[in-house]
Each structure stands twice: as structure tokens, then as C-alpha cells.
Design a protein around this ligand. Structure first.
Ligand code: ZN
Length: 83
């Protein structure tokens, strides 16, 4: 299992399912916000909060992705311990 497998749509969908959330398609990873449908997602994309997150991501993309890697590693090791 490669270190980047957790970024595949399937892996993300599984993580979201485990959190009891809805359709991955309308999920904003940056804000960790679930939208109900396409319209809601479009509205979210134009919201101030989302724009701020996008700016943060733009200035610090590497750090953000690194954070997800660390989160994955933590959860993966935790899963290994229990499995
Ligand atoms: Zn957002």
C-alpha cells in the first residue's frame, strides 16, 4: 500500500463513509464541509470561508497536503495496532 493511496477517491469515500457523511462529490475537503447537492456546493465555493481556505491552501499547499499525509499515517498505524 503506497503512502498516497489515501488520496484516491475510493479511500476518501471510505473515510467519509466511516464518519457518516454523504456524497463525496459535494464534500469540500479544505473546509471539511459536506454539501447536500450541486447547488449547495456551488454556493459554498463562493462563500467567504471557502475563499479564505483556498487562499491558505494556495500559499501553503505543501504543508496542507503534508498534514493529510500525517493524518493518514496516524490512522493507518492505529488501524494496524488494532487489526
Ligand atoms: Zn470549502
Amino acid at each position: 500500500m503506497g503512502k498516497n493511496d489515501f488520496l484516491t477517491p475510493k479511500a476518501i469515500a471510505n473515510r467519509i463513509k466511516s464518519k457518516g457523511l454523504q456524497k463525496l462529490r459535494w464534500y469540500c475537503q479544505l473546509c471539511q464541509k459536506q454539501c447536500r447537492d450541486e447547488n449547495g456546493f456551488k454556493c459554498h465555493q463562493t462563500s467567504d470561508g471557502h475563499r479564505r481556505q483556498m487562499e491558505l491552501f494556495g500559499t501553503n499547499a505543501h504543508r496542507v497536503v503534508e498534514g493529510y499525509s500525517e493524518e493518514f499515517e496516524r490512522e493507518f498505524m492505529d488501524h494496524l495496532k488494532r487489526a
